[in-house]
Write a protein that binds this ligand. Structure first.
Ligand SMILES: Nc1ncnc2c1ncn2[C@@H]1O[C@H](COP(=O)(O)OP(=O)(O)OP(=O)(O)O)[C@@H](O)[C@H]1O
Ligand SMILES: [Mg+2]
Length: 435
């Protein structure tokens, strides 16, 4: 049933039934009592449902629910599988012990739903719960392109209600090619969760990448985390190549995928990210950052010494393109030119000889336009995200859309993804080695 009317839809649901609401939507409990992923909501409570997501409201009593927009469907039972409820009793936890639990599974099997359920159930036992969201594409804690650590401070309907403690920028919405960053990020956040936040339980959510190279990735993720429990959710036997190995060293629980999980297409996943970027950047303004006040990582720009402007005329003649900026480090030459034209290999070889470098990169300044970046400080791995709007090579300034507050010594971490600053749609990916 689709409710697009301005007046909310009043739905009366019997005890023991589940109302599934698809976002974007908002729901208010008018009477009765519902359970959402293990958290109980009573009369007056409101929940929001993001686009392309679905929330199951299981009615513990006969309830009346007011639904604003969204699509609703009624299931005559509990959509939380018995397996999930049984797990709560099987996992032994102790205050001050820091139990690590990783949830694995393919796409859309209910990994995040199960983590939310366990987080609520364990929170209600009076334990401090940390959640590491290691899914860079479909992040609920921290924005896409990051791995986030959140703590649970109240029963939650969705993981994005966890309080964000910190996040580590990965630079892309896929871990592919950036596995070293993912492993480092997980270790960095585990350290914070254990030593600073003193979590009793750390739940680790993962991507649905479990086939091909994804298998190896998951196995090494497990050895990096060294979890106390591994929960594998599978439709058939797709996780077995990982679980057969894992159960030799760890406590493994196998769980069947939940039946009423809402699957999302690639486009829907992209559109969820677009929605999150829009929300994340709301209130952001374009700020200028001087080249001499920033240290960069994830890029070659600003990692070498600038080539004097007096050389530009000679270089422009040699390349038949107008050079506006140049930098040289021990092994690399970076030149920025005005025109978008390909420079012949012979010229590049000649430049490599003149500057005594191994690699020569020649780019136009548009390469950096719309590139996602992150700001770091001593205090936090992620101060905030930014999107490069423009680079003025003449006055040597970056113009970046961000909410971050800089001091004079900011670290700017270059990502590999381009996001349109007007629409917040993802536009393009660029390779790490080329920037
Ligand atoms: N037991 C359940 N009953 C009803 N809806 C559910 C249940 N579990 C998850 N969902 C819903 O189904 C959708 C997909 O579930 P979820 O996000 O948990 O899957 P996932 O395996 O984490 O997906 P991804 O591979 O994208 O990370 C979500 O909108 C979620 O709220
Ligand atoms: Mg998920």
């Amino acid at each position: 049933m689709l409710n697009t009317m301005y007046t909310p839809l009043q739905v009366s649901v019997s005890k023991g039934c589940t109302l599934i609401i698809e976002g974007p939507s908002k729901a208010k409990i008018k009477s009765g009592e519902v359970e959402i992923f293990g958290a109980i909501f009573k009369r007056g409570a409101e929940v929001e449902i993001d686009p392309h997501k679905a929330l199951p409201l299981y009615c513990l009593k006969k309830s009346t629910i007011e639904v604003f927009n969204g699509k609703v469907s009624l299931i005559a039972s509990d959509t939380i599988p018995n397996d999930w409820r049984d797990l709560v009793g099987k996992i032994s936890l102790k205050k001050g012990n820091c139990t690590k639990i990783i949830v694995l599974g393919g796409l859309d099997v209910g990994k995040t739903g199960l983590i939310t359920f366990l987080a609520n159930k364990f929170f209600l036992k009076g334990l401090k719960i940390g959640v590491i969201d290691a899914d860079v594409g479909q992040s609920d804690i921290g924005p896409p392109t990051t791995i986030g650590l959140g703590v649970i401070e109240k029963p939650i309907a969705s993981l994005n209600q966890a309080r964000l403690i910190d996040a580590v920028f990965i630079g892309s919405t896929s871990p592919s090619g950036l596995l070293h960053r993912v492993f480092a990020a997980i270790l960095q956040l585990l350290h914070i969760a254990i030593t600073r936040e003193k979590c009793d339980v750390i739940l680790i959510d993962t991507t649905g990448w479990i086939t091909g190279r994804g298998r190896d990735f998951k196995i090494f993720k497990i050895t990096t985390i060294h979890p106390d429990y591994i929960i594998g959710i599978q439709r058939r036997d797709e996780l077995e190549p990982i679980l057969k190995w894992a159960e030799k060293n760890y406590q493994v629980y196998r769980i069947e995928a939940a039946r009423h999980v809402k699957a999302r297409s690639r486009d829907e996943r992209r559109s969820i990210r677009e929605y999150i970027y829009k929300r994340w950047f709301s209130g952001a303004i374009v700020k200028e950052i001087d080249f001499n006040k920033v240290t960069t990582i994830g890029t070659i720009i600003l990692t070498g010494s600038q080539i004097p402007q007096t050389c530009f005329e000679y270089l422009s003649k040699l390349m038949d393109a107008t050079v506006i900026y140049g930098e040289k480090s021990s092994d690399t030459l970076l030149l920025i030119v005005n025109e978008d034209k390909s420079i012949n290999e012979n010229v590049k070889n000649k430049l490599a000889k003149i500057f005594n470098v191994k690699q020569v990169y020649i780019h136009t300044k548009s390469l950096f336009r719309n590139l996602i970046v992150a700001f770091q400080s001593k205090e936090r791995f992620l101060d905030d995200l930014g999107i490069i709007v423009d680079v003025d090579f003449k006055s040597q300034k970056f113009k970046v859309l961000t909410k971050a507050n800089f001091n004079d010594n900011v670290i700017m971490y270059f990502g590999q993804l381009k996001i349109n600053v007007d629409t917040f749609k993802e536009e393009d990916w660029i390779r790490l080695s080329s920037i």
